[in-house]
Write a protein that binds this ligand. Structure first.
Ligand code: TXA
Ligand code: MG
Length: 326
């Protein structure tokens, strides 16, 4: 364990083929030297993630992208220019040398230039690409603080850079720009509408042609406690009847007006979509730790600004409906 590592120490750890957890503006990443297959294998082992689930390669600057891709389409160039560094991941045709462990054997690669100061200092110091999934066990809630990473991995990850809470709080928007029709593979802080405005064309729905994005499997981002997303009125009704039956109930509410019910752990989420996303995973972790029979999540608004939050909640809930989905 390296207590409070410096950037230089973290760079040395990466160069020695070991893992470094680091903050990004979206969520914390669990990084390895993307050019070292033995190091990348340690990511899959630590997360318990299947080997065919590809990783995102992070680089410090846009001009390093060329080393990882066969070509950058005009759509990729436009999006990179507008949103990098930032919370956007682009899927492009891979360069021939890229290891299959990074791409899950696909002919495409996911790339991102993050905007977080510590991530950038680490990437600049390292010089190469850092393969990094979110720093959580497979299928679980992503980590948005160094403490979350520690609680996920304990001593298994010896080097954790602490950059405080991630500002965005949910994973990057993923756009597939490897083919003719750009497609949204994962909604995020940068919305589909913003992407379409830059491209000047509507995004295609991810179809059979699109590469696999296993983070988009139904069950993902899930707490251990069963989770349900329900309408505001039903939250109170269900919490009432469950507590009367002697259950403890956790509620992720949109109102700070907590009902007078014994056995309810109540967290009031921020009213705006960005604030809600920022706190989402920390809130789910806190509610998961409260030892309740269920987490009831009050349905957030249905408009486009909330699409990424709705996506993550749907996947967290799907985990409860079918525990063996992934
Ligand atoms: O915000 C983020 O994107 C964070 C930070 C650390 O950068 N990373 C992250 O990584 O969320 P991960 O591994 O948890 O999610 C990456 C997603 C997965 O759903 C994966 O399947 C998809 O990206 N992906 C990676 N390579 C791909 C490819 N070649 N084609 C399609 N999807 C790909
Ligand atoms: Mg993940």
């Amino acid at each position: 364990m390296t207590p409070d590592p410096t950037i230089a120490e973290a760079v040395a750890v990466l160069k020695s083929g070991e893992l470094v957890a680091f903050p990004t503006e979206t969520v914390y990443g669990l990084g390895a030297d993307a050019a070292n297959p033995e190091a990348v294998k340690k990511i899959y082992a630590a997360k318990g993630r299947p080997r065919n689930h590809p990783l995102i390669v992070h680089v410090a600057r846009v001009d390093q992208i060329g080393a990882w891709v066969a070509r950058m389409s005009p759509a990729a160039q436009r999006l990179a220019e507008r949103y990098w560094p930032g919370p956007l991941t682009l899927i492009m045709k891979r360069a021939a040398h890229v290891n299959d462990l990074v791409t899950g054997g696909q002919d495409t690669i996911a790339l991102r230039v993050p905007s977080h100061g510590i991530a950038n200092a680490l990437l600049a110091g390292f010089g190469g690409g850092i393969a990094a999934p979110s720093a959580n066990r497979y299928g679980r809630v992503s980590a948005t603080t160094a403490a979350h990473v520690r609680s996920e991995f304990g001593d298994l990850v010896g080097c954790i850079l602490d950059g405080g809470p991630s500002t965005v709080g949910i994973e990057s928007t993923i756009v597939d720009v490897s083919g003719d029709a750009p497609a949204l593979l994962r909604p995020g802080h940068i919305t589909a509408r913003e992407i379409e405005a830059v491209l000047g064309t509507p995004l295609a729905a991810p179809g059979g042609e699109s590469p696999r994005a296993p983070g988009t499997l139904a069950k993902h981002y899930a707490p251990q406690t069963p989770l349900m997303v329900i309408e505001a009125d039903l939250v109170l009704e269900l919490a009432g009847s469950m507590t009367r039956q002697g259950h403890k109930v956790a509620v992720l509410a949109r109102s700070a007006l907590q009902p007078l019910l014994n056995g309810v752990t109540w967290v009031a989420a921020p009213a705006d979509a960005a604030g809600y996303a920022h706190d989402l995973y920390a809130n789910l972790r806190a509610l998961d730790a409260a030892g309740c029979s269920a987490i009831l999540v009050e349905q957030p608004p249905l408009d486009a600004a909330w699409a990424a939050v709705a996506d993550r909640l749907m996947r967290a809930a799907a985990g409860s409906a079918s525990p063996d989905a992934t």
